[in-house]
Design a protein around this ligand. Sequence first.
Ligand SMILES: [Cu+2]
Length: 460
Amino acid sequence: MSLGPIDDKTQQPNALWVVAMPAVAVLATMAIAILAVVVTIGSDDNASTTAAGEPMTVAVELGELYVKPATITVPAGTQLTLRVTNAGSMPHDLKLEDGVTGTKLLDSGASEEVAFGVMESSTEAWCTVPGHKEAGMVLAIEVTGASSDAGAGAPAGQATGATIDFAAEPGPDFVPFDPALKPAPGGTEHKVTMHATEKVIEVAPGVTQELWTFNDQVPGPVLRGRVGDIFTVTLINDGTLGHSIDFHASKVAWNDEMRTIGPGESLTYQFEAKHAGIFMYHCGTAPALHHIGNGMFGAVIVDPPNLPAVDHEFVFVQSELYLGPEGDPGDLAKMQTEDHDAVVFNGYVDQYKHVPIRVEPGDRVRAWVLDAGPNENSAFHIVGTIFDTVFKEGTLVLRPDATTGGSQVLDLQPAQGGFVEFTFDEAGLYPIVTHKFANVGKGALGLFQAGDATSTEVGH
Ligand SMILES: [Cu+2]
């Protein structure tokens, strides 16, 4: 027998990780590689495929986000023991499909030798930390000479995601995410505590997901200040996974303030708001796509100097939903293929269609918009009005002026933001959409109600 070849293409840690990889981990990696070679040389290439019970021990390394080797090949009947070392910087484990056989959750640098039992047919083991299997942390155990190869290599049954009924109404106790924005608090220092949590939350009528959140809400809390203010944020990890926070409003080193902390740990992240705008913040823990796509994002608003008062300020954070099974975390595979189930404003399907946002005709309204993605763009538009003021990505690109025109859409790519200002000239209903219209039928629909509207019919 022999170990399967190591496929360098799939097992190279990514470049970012290499930067942060401590020398100790490099040495550990080399040692493991040597161990693996020793096992290969020391094994019997002519082993009988029926030599039931022959023991074999293989060294396996875990890291972000790979298993090395990715494939091991053993004769049927082998009593397989794996010596598993976590060479990564975050906790990992390695378990068979039964979810029981395998290692405990190994901290960075820890090792465990575990009997995986007698191998009768090909199977897989993977890291059970959510998202890590989908990101590539899978070990294929190929069994040669098995009596029946019927199931060999077949992927594990894929659980199907929950489905949304876009015609359904939320329950009577439904409370929408409050879109009203408060002014920046007084003072120039803002002390904020953010709890990273994992919580089952309703995302559409009758549909819940185990979202990963900041302060049990999606989007996370809006932070607001002025240019020159200091934000001191204490992140406390109340979850069971590693989490982190990355403020786009800050200029700080990625490997310090933005580092991943384990369950029960905390860190302090301080930054000066040096530039005006609406900035995204998000969890950056690998795979970041999963942590953002499953709810860990929010907005920091840094007011431009001399921002005039208006009658109403609102915030709309657009994001997608990639549903896993009911009550489970979102589906990373769907996030990777950009196969979203819904596009939502402030975390819930069509919530301001169900509960319109009330203003009065003639009121000046400022809507701050952030596209949290992780994948979709936003063509933010309000049916029935024209934006006379547009601020996008740090620049006031349009202001009311008899010589300039109007704006119909604030166009945003993921992580971009800005604000628009407008009025409603007549009483009635005004839909809030992204004019990427396929998404309007998938949850990206809300309503402003100006004055007393006589009907809640929406003409679509
Ligand atoms: Cu996270």
